[in-house]
Design a protein around this ligand. Structure first.
Ligand code: NAP
Length: 473
């Protein structure tokens, strides 16, 4: 079994401790990753800090050229890296290919956006003074990534930070570190100066603590659960350390009577089942207006039953393996609880009888408000559907959770679209669109779904300090 190294100060490093990486489609380990203890993480941060002066001194154009070279390398190795993502995460191969493609797009977009870290000159209001605003890189960044999109969610942090002039120490999820090792290889091939990008793996608690307590780390950017996000907020208090947090969601879908039925069904399926339901922006609660409820359910169930569940390497699979045993058990718990509270199980509902961690594509109808799946992130291919009557009720239902990551609405009414855009409490809203993510627009949540934004010009700004310079002439 191959052991993969860490990437520290320009070198691939093996240590005396490894952890196994499993294939969720079989439950079997297929590789190892070296583990960094806290001393190595500290050294990585020191080396990143040493690299900071040289990296920030480059022009944004020169930094962008490195990002383009890394992107070229990922593009060249696209199919091989996609296979690694499917092996470590379980998602269908076509979706892994898409993930590599989006990663390349992030790198190329930020390679150019880095050139637009504009300041401004403000018209002065005191004679003899001039006021300027400049943007400077914040410093060493500690980045922590989740397992559900192991490559693209890591590079969504790394690309803008590097473009802004900040060195990055990245900790991928322990389940899925290998696609990030491939990224480190691409950095080395691109000739990225040593220390500018480093990869550590190991105990999340220890690495997180070092990121929080080491004063050389000037920013932590985290994607993962709201629970860990809250721990980071508490830990950041001692140094008032800036945090960007992309956390969990309980994302609602509103399907109105006037929606185009096919578009609403296909859009909701994309929002629900992409990434085997394990996406932070996955539809968790689907509310359908009463006039279209039965028609929507009929078509939705028909299309759900037609989806193929299986190993992500099998052709035409749309629902891959879930990440682990807990994920399967949680899906089963949500289904059982909903049915116990009166929901109707229209299809699926149980574990697939094969090795690995598979769950059937599931549809539950008439799901009551107090069901677990209406109140907790399901993170599984389980769709919870319930009816509503008026637009006001729909908006109230959509906003009735402590989260606010994404939301979706299907309607042909333009005036309603504006009311929804303005009133729904979510950082991203798809109108007749089941996949609102794009590199050039901000990505992130409100309420307990997080702080700050990735992607778009906001994504670059997260790694820049804003300074006011007042000059007496
Ligand atoms: P998680 O358990 O919070 O883990 C995320 C990352 O944090 C992993 O690298 C993990 O390391 C690390 N971590 C765990 N405990 C830590 C600690 N005490 N200090 C510092 N780091 C720590 O989340 P997950 O289960 O991987 O991901 C699923 C969650 O992420 C869902 O809630 C989903 O909605 C959310 N998510 C949000 C977004 C978004 O953009 N808003 C995107 C994707 C996912 P180990 O792997 O070593 O435990």
């Amino acid at each position: 079994m191959k052991t993969h190294p860490l990437y520290l100060n320009g070198e691939f490093v093996f240590t005396d401790k490894n952890i196994p990486v499993r294939n969720p489609a079989t439950g079997q380990a297929f590789a190892n990753i070296a583990v960094a203890d806290r001393a190595r993480v500290k050294k990585a941060i020191t080396d990143a800090h040493a690299a900071f002066a040289g990296w920030r001194a480059l022009t944004a154009k020169a930094r962008g050229e490195y990002l383009h070279k890394i992107a070229n390398e990922l593009e060249r190795r696209r199919d091989e890296i996609a296979k690694t993502i499917t092996l470590e995460n379980g998602k269908p191969l076509a979706q892994s290919v898409g993930e590599v493609g989006m990663t390349v797009d992030h790198l190329r977009w930020f390679a150019e956006e880095g050139r637009r870290g504009y300041g401004r000159v403000i018209p002065h209001q005191t004679d003899g003074k001039r006021n300027l605003v400049i943007k400077t890189p914040i410093g060493v960044v500690g980045a922590i990534a989740p397992w559900n999109f192991p490559l693209v969610l890591a590079i969504r942090k790394v690309a803008p930070a590097l473009a802004a002039g900040c060195p990055v120490v990245l900790k991928p999820a322990s389940y899925t570190p290998l696609s990030c090792v491939a990224f480190a290889e691409a950095c080395q091939t691109a000739g990225l100066p040593k220390g500018v990008f480093q990869l550590v793996a190991g105990s999340a608690a220890e690495i997180g603590k070092e990121f929080l307590e080491n004063p050389l780390v000037r920013k932590i950017t985290f994607t993962g659960s709201t629970e860990v996000g809250k721990q980071l907020i508490a830990g950041a208090a001692a140094q008032i350390k800036p945090l960007s947090l992309e956390l969990g969601g309980l994302n609602p879908v509103l399907v109105f009577d006037d929606a185009e039925l096919d578009k609403a069904v296909d859009g909701t399926m994309l929002a629900k089942f992409r990434n085997t339901g394990q996406s932070c922006i996955a539809a968790n609660r689907v509310y359908v207006q009463r006039g279209i409820y039965d028609k929507f359910l009929k078509l939705f169930v028909e299309k759900t039953k037609a989806m193929k569940v299986g190993d992500g390497f099998e052709p035409d699979v749309q629902i891959g393996a879930m990440i682990d045993e807990n994920a399967v058990n949680n899906a089963a718990k949500h289904v059982e609880d909903a049915v116990k509270r009166g929901a109707k199980l229209l299809c699926g509902g149980k574990r697939v009888d094969r090795p690995g961690y598979f769950f059937e594509a599931t549809v539950l109808a008439d799901v009551p408000k107090d069901a677990l799946c209406m109140n907790e992130e399901t993170f599984a291919p389980v769709t919870a559907v319930a009816p509503f009557d008026t637009e006001a009720e729909g908006i109230e239902l959509a906003n009735g959770s402590p989260y606010g990551l994404s939301a979706y609405a299907f309607t042909r009414d333009l005036s309603r679209t504006f009311r929804l855009m303005e009133q729904i409490e979510a950082g991203m809203i798809g109108i007749n669109d089941g996949l609102p993510t794009t590199t050039n627009a901000p990505f992130g949540g409100v309420k307990q779904s997080g702080w700050g934004r990735e992607l778009g010009s906001e994504g670059l700004d997260s790694f820049l300090e804003t300074k006011h310079i007042s000059i007496c002439l």
